[in-house]
Design a binder for this molecule. Sequence first.
Ligand code: UN1
Length: 511
Amino acid sequence: MSVPSADHSVAAVLHRLGIHAVNHGAGTGRWIETKGAELVSKNPATNEPIAAVRQASAADYEAVAAEAARAFETWRMVPAPKRGEVVRLLGNALRAHKDDLGRLVSLENGKILSEGLGEVQEMIDICDFALGLSRQLYGMTMPSERPLHRMYEQWQPLGPVGVVSAFNFPVAVWAWNAAIAAVCGDPVIWKPSSKVPLAAVAVQNICDRVMADAGFPGIFNLVIGPREVGERLLTDRRVPLISATGSCRMGKRIAELVGPRFGRTILELGGNNAIIVLEDADLDLAVRAVTFAAVGTAGQRCTTPRRLVVQKGVARTMVARLCGTYKSIRIGDPLLPDTLMGPLIDAGAVDEMMKALEQAKAEGGEVVCGGKRLDGPGNFVEPTLVRARPEMKIVQEETFAPVLYVIEVADVDEAILVNNGVPQGLSSAIFTRDLLAAEKFLSAAGSDCGIANVNIGTSGAEIGGAFGGEKDTGGGREAGSDSWKMYMRRQTVTINYSKELPLAQGVRFEV
Ligand code: UN1
């Protein structure tokens, strides 16, 4: 149970989460005295500093990686259901801290409180999922072609997993990876985004207490540091899997560094998601869904729709209704209960949005509502709709801001072509009541994305499904379903319980 405290002041929340004015930048169950440059975390709603982190150096990384490698030797021999029990305790600790941690996420990232709390709920949910999974790491048995032989496969722990997370989900995406990795027998080395280091410090404090009580330090590890620290992690042969969330450009760099050492990657990179609205759709539902998906989190989810692909007959109505709804969006302090949209993460993100809008206009796009930055100290912008054509270069890119390009199409076939006509392939959605159109969208010739929804927006996926996308989105899958298999080593076992040595494929070799 979450126990909301009466005192919601920033100072009280930080205190309860163990955040100091200046925090250490590396930990392995105990904090390491890092001495690197100070990283100041700012509140994006005011651009005022919250607290700082003294960053880790390459030597600090070494200490963390050595500890993770050592912890793996013990952890891999702990029975998986016992590892699940430890993850259950982590879930309980997160329940107890849900209110404070959700508030810190909101404060540091700028997403509204309900979404900050939702993110912590996502952490709790994945802990529950991982607990159940810890008794279901099933391998298959297959018939051997040789007499008196038994064949099966088993799943073994893989080793320390490097988790590189992005600013937009400061804690949830770490949890998808960390909870699954932990039950699979893998320690985790977390390199969070330098834009939201305090949320990571708070999570590490929670993990440290749980793991000290359980007697397993060194399973959840943290390094906050500059690029060279990240590159150490990527090139470290002790780390067989890197799971990373970020831009396509970052993903390419990761693949370049991890590939040559034959490391595994789970890449969850840029999305350029489309929502299709057909003429027969329930427009009330579509307007609400598009608004939540495009404006929620200030357009800063990987799953945020960037393109609204709307059938001609309802295009005018959709645009008019969305403009009305957009104007009613309450923009402001994300911690206030009525706010629906907080700030962008930093001034650079506002500049990127403005540059994208300039480019859209230069390419013939027309801003139909929004488009401006808002005066004041924080990084606030208006949610924006732009009439556009699919072939415009800017429409092919992901701009991490609340900008939705509206594209008109004749029918479902053209809509699917437009949906698939970008380099990325994360999430997609269609609004229709026509079964045939929905099934076409879900068919092998339909959406080419990792996620395809009907009468639901592109964002807000549950943890029970595998999360990730195709093409330039990187192909990785995290969270539910059988994503756990990426975190384990598959071993095919054949046992001969006869006194003969029959060879497979009928090969004879008499000696
Ligand atoms: C992300 O933006 O990187 O489906 C993750 C969603 C969330 C996760 C988004 N559950 O929108």
